[in-house]
Design a protein around this ligand. Sequence first.
Ligand code: ADA
Length: 641
Amino acid sequence: MQKNIPVLLFSIFYCLICFLNLAVQANEDIFPEIPPSVLPIAKIDYNDGQDPMNSRLFRTTTTRTQVNLSGFWDFITDPDSIGETESFYTSFPQPETQLWVPGTWNSIPRYWQYQNTAWYNHTFDLPADGNLRIRFDGVFYTSKVWLDGKLIGENEGAYSPFSFLTQNIEKGKHRLTVKVNNCLYDDSLPKKGTDWFPFGGIYRPIYAELVNDIFIDRFHVLATDITENQAKLAIRVYVNNLTGKSVNKKFRFYVNGNLIYTGSHAVTGIEAVIEFAAILQQPELWSPDDPNLYSARVVLGAEEDDQFDRFGVRSLTKEGYKIMLNGTRFKMMGANHHDDHPDWGSALPPNIIRQDIEIIKRMGANAVRGHYPPSEMFMDFCDSYGLMFMNEVPSWQYRPEQLANPVVKEKIKKQYYDMVYRDMNHPAIFSWSLGNEWREFQKAYNDIKELVDYARGVDQTHFLTFITGGAHFDRSAELIDIICTNWAQYQWYWDPSFRDEDSNGEFVSTVLSKNIGDESIRQLNLINETLPDKPVILTEFGGSGSMAGWHNWGNVKWSEEYQARNVWDSGFFGLDQEWLSGGCVWQFCDTRTTHSRMLGPRLRGWNVKGVVDSYRLPKMAFYKLQELFHWYKEQNIAGGN
Ligand code: ADA
């Protein structure tokens, strides 16, 4: 018997190994995880350094003195709006606390629901004399800024950078005081009652820099006439000139550290635009599977000022209802993303942004959609990891009378301009959207036309769209390049309908509410019948809410099973129909909802339609989507549609 013990132990051990192996294999079959090594990384054969301001994924200048203003700032709320009359900007009162900037006060339990005025105050050291430019990447929602007690500017709008310049400032200690208010109104952008939480504060990076009397604000690089041998680069440099004179300046343009253009140009007016062209030899194309990037640098004068950015070379065109990326059909497999995290609110730090991007890539996606321009860091990560991005003006669910309001229209135009101005260089940009789910937009044709005409005047090099709720359409669809419809509501605010095939292999809805399902498919088909030459994207599909970790038999609302089936059902439809160009799941992660929506269809005050929960842990729907996206990709590689 004793002799048999080692044999017995070995057999038990062997069985255990076999069992574990099988379990691992079974698991792999069900959940095709991509090992981290397979995630593509940015392909750029030039080291453009790290950004000490933490605003971008790369250093933006070698010539300017910069001071990173992130850190703990004094903070006080001002619910009765007494701050200006009591001159908080000359003598800041005893602070209630110190808050981390960039950050939002709504991620601190003490200010969790606070929606009103608050003040920040911070002292910093300027290492040299000069023209001081304070650069805010984003403040939600209105802000007013004082430097050493003197008002230097104010801003409305949460999603675009803005800066204030003060000339001839002496080196040494300076004090910055910022009044912020996160209240929203019927004519704000977004408007009051918008679904996502109005996280207040200086929530994106902020820094100070010294600039010369003539300096570069930004530059755009556009690649056209792309062949295997070369691409034409059209470069446009936006220069600020404080001298009051017209001066001739030399401009140099580098790609990956190589000088490819030198020329002299007249810099005339306060905001001058300099244009020139260059040729890029043997361009490496950018795509989600192969995200090749180039580092670009513009130098003004004899190294008096410089700016870095990155760009990519890719073509995005339409062939009837098909979208072509670099000449190959592109079907969108995406996720809607909000800047939202339980610990950080909307102020996502770089490591969380990177984690989100990696999870979305791991899901097998090739695209992301946002309701507003995300941080520049987020866009940089989309470029680097290979995700197309649908960018949007946060004009969410405006009614016709709001769209007709000239104040609102001006805000939409300004936000559109700022979005294009900031994000033109990102190869990741798939489209610009003027807004989401405008109510009864059929009644607002003239206002929509005015907005579209304005948008085309700003940029004609990217797709332009606006998003409709449900599969409705009208003649305004003819104004835009791609039809985008949020199809998912048919599935989450009414009884679910699930996909099935009839005996002829046709897609039909079945089970719980056949009528709603059939009607939604009928409307989608109608779009295609009426506008057969327009690409159509399901900008929001799937996404019934689920309570992470809660399971049930059948299709019980809030269960993970219910959501997983819903996501598969509508996502499959978007990829399977030849005339559809895919879509984006609603939504990436569970997010906080606004005050007025805490009750009703928002489980525990959160929009729980995430395929991962608020801490980014996967729900069943995540794996279903991963399976779907990988299935489509494999089928496609193997010669499918
Ligand atoms: C709409 C809207 C989203 C979100 C969603 C929901 O489709 O575009 O922002 O509010 O509804 O969760 O209800």
